[in-house]
Design a protein around this ligand. Sequence first.
Ligand SMILES: *Cc1c(COP(=O)(O)O)cnc(C)c1O
Length: 396
Amino acid sequence: MIPYGKQNITEEDIQAVAKALTGDFLTQGPTILAFEKAFADYIGCKYAVAVSNGTAALHLSALALEVGHGDKVITTPITFAASANCIRYCGGEVVFADIEPDTYLLDVNKVKQVLQSAPKGTYKGIIPVDFAGRAVNLEAFRELADEYGLWIIEDACHAPGGSFTDSKGQKQHCGNSNYADLAIFSFHPVKHIATGEGGMITTNDEKLYKKLLELRTHGITRDTTIFENSVEFAVGQPVNENDPYPGWYMEMQTLGYNYRFTDFQAALGISQLSRADQGLDRRRAIAKRYQQSFSGKPYIKGQSDVIEGHAYHLYVIEIEDRVGLYNYLREHKIFAQIHYIPCHLMPYYRALGWKENDMPLAENYYKHCISLPMYPTLTDEEQSFVIDKIATYFTK
Ligand SMILES: *Cc1c(COP(=O)(O)O)cnc(C)c1O
């Protein structure tokens, strides 16, 4: 059986987790901080906050940016539902804008049209997605966001290690938060770095970082410099003028959650991260081979050419008879997948007023897209088998 994506757990990974399990901490131990630091270094940002999954990362990001009731936020319909749902968790309103037909990414010009059609201040933020691993040009989004006073959350779940080149010729890694306010990642087994469940928020903004730490753990702080209640209250008996807060004391100052990551997952994360570049190279080699095999085949429309900086979480092609190929591949135990059913046409979002033809390019893309097997341990033989089966399907 050949799936579309798969984790790669090595003996090293197993040893790392075993070691963490025999340590003093199962959760909230020092390995989490070490993983956060290593991840921030890898991505090239100042701060990273590990959380229980990518969806929690999105939810906490929306909370940290104070998304509230009725706040309007723009995102793409071609993404996993969580990119949009995080706004709904906060009572906000999701506004979809269409994709670019050749990159499948949220179209900055479509976003601009949405913004221009309402008075300034109507919209609060944008959530672009590095779909399939192709980096969004966040410089263009930042310019627009600044014009309208919006924040940006980059959903970089597909793109750790991916990058785009900005107008100054600088390589900008996905999630480095040079243009976005916050970026989020997932460590679900199909993603580049697998920790079972897991997620990360990255930022360069210290205030947001501190807020995220608090929100991750019930809104509780132990920072004595910001306590609101008096020392006397905290101690529970009369105190002298300069008495400190007692050791047990902490305050819940805002409504937070338990979205914590665990120490043994962090150990797995660190071990996985050490092989991230290797995995990325392999993904790019697989993409190149698909590209070469499909070039000149009129029945296949690729996601443009092999692109520098593409992290290849997915290798997507567009074809006419999608269901035919999908079923044919399954008969041969090749489990290709479809990414994504347009989010605005999920029954939940239809019930909020979205309907067919609202996003014609995304809807057309959905009719033709199929994601082929793409993961570092896919062997050359397996890939040849996939390529052969596709060729056979179209010549039979
Ligand atoms: C996987 C994914 C998420 C959610 O991550 P989980 O860890 O599964 O909660 C969000 N956005 C995108 C684009 C994803 O691919």
